[in-house]
Design a binder for this molecule. Structure first.
Ligand SMILES: Cc1cc2nc3c(=O)[nH]c(=O)nc-3n(C[C@H](O)[C@H](O)[C@H](O)COP(=O)(O)OP(=O)(O)OC[C@H]3O[C@@H](n4cnc5c(N)ncnc54)[C@H](O)[C@@H]3O)c2cc1C
Length: 302
């Protein structure tokens, strides 16, 4: 890694760091260090970073705001790419918008509302980037990304390519991206709407979230997907796991499908609660709850 680090540092215009604690890049505030953490300055820099990583056979992954991500305590071997500098938005005729993947979803929603473009407003308050929202097919209030994504630009092993939404197999909190690829931008088809009305929806959604998501500590939103026809929180409640504790992690008293870092939690504490909940729900109802959060990294440090 030291050689690759020096090469990346000497070549890229963006930031390159070694042994970066991922707890600084996840909303749960847990996670061991990434060997390399790269914030490309722009798209060209991203391409150069990927070329160098691929040539060196260095594994890499992309992180948005880490609002749906559990990084294990041993950290991440290889490189983590953060697209925070890729945040350009282009407004096109006929309510079309092309936005780069690193833009915070909330900023994009506000910009679109100001231009009188609807289709995203009910998702106001979902933390994270557009790229993370596409990868997760994030949604709320009856809207989800798959309703508006027309196409995405990907990059990874061999330069940029565009894929139409139909090839992404969008489903509930899921999207199928080709192996070793990341979203660079997304083309959205929105609808003309009244900026004031959109602003009112945004304000209402944020107020609602401030109340509903007051869970008393860093978290990653809903930990489990709702099973078909059911609600994860009800199943968790039914097995008495609301308020359960493991180390510094606790199942939220306010929202049984949230796990909170109540102070000094490790990823292993959260993983323990996830395993206990799954076990208890499986025994009680036969349902295998599927985590919505993405779990990455190693148990043991390098
Ligand atoms: C308080 C709270 C409330 C939440 N409410 C909701 C909600 O109402 N609805 C909902 O759907 N989600 C919700 N979430 C979950 C989360 O905010 C969303 O899933 C969000 O879209 C994740 O975006 P991110 O940028 O943080 O992605 P990250 O958490 O950083 O990454 C998630 C996954 O996406 C991948 N990814 C990130 N960027 C890219 C990219 N450019 N290309 C390819 N893959 C990428 C990562 O590798 C990872 O696998 C909530 C989370 C919190 C903390």
């Amino acid at each position: 890694m030291p050689l690759l680090f020096d090469t990346l540092r000497g070549t890229l215009r963006g930031a390159v760091r070694e042994n970066e604690p991922m707890s600084a890049h996840t909303t749960w505030r847990v996670g061991g260090p990434a060997d390399l953490f790269i914030v490309p300055a722009d798209r060209e820099d991203l391409g150069t970073a990927l070329d160098l990583l691929n040539q060196a056979n260095c594994p890499w992954m992309v992180v948005g705001r880490g609002s749906n991500l559990l990084v294990k305590d041993g950290g991440i071997r290889g490189a983590v790419l953060c697209l925070g500098s890729l945040d350009r938005v282009t407004f096109l005729p006929e309510a079309k918008v092309v936005a780069e993947a690193g833009i915070p979803l909330m900023r994009l929603i506000r910009l679109c509302a100001e231009k009188g473009l609807g289709g995203l407003e009910a998702m106001a308050g979902i933390p994270g980037t557009l790229g993370g929202a596409v990868a997760m097919n994030a949604g709320a209030g009856g809207q989800e990304l798959s309703d508006v994504v027309e196409a995405i630009t990907l990059t990874g092993l061999a330069g940029e390519q565009t894929l139409p939404a139909a090839e992404l197999d969008f489903a509930y909190r899921r999207c199928r991206l080709p192996e070793r690829s990341l979203v660079v931008d997304a083309a959205l088809q929105l609808r003309p709407d009244d900026p004031e009305a959109l602003g009112a929806v945004i304000a209402e959604r944020i107020t609602h979230r401030r109340q509903a998501h007051r869970v008393g500590g860093p978290n990653a939103g809903s930990v489990f997907k709702n099973p078909p026809g059911g609600q994860a929180w009800r199943l968790i409640d039914a097995v008495g796991m609301r308020g359960a504790v493991s180390g510094g992690a606790r199942v939220s008293e306010q929202h049984a499908n949230f796990i909170v870092n109540a102070g000094g939690a490790k990823a292993k504490d959260i993983l323990d609660l996830i395993a206990r909940i799954r076990d208890a729900v499986r025994k009680d109802s036969g349902i295998d709850l599927e985590p919505e959060v993405r779990i990455v990294g190693c148990d043991q440090p390098r």
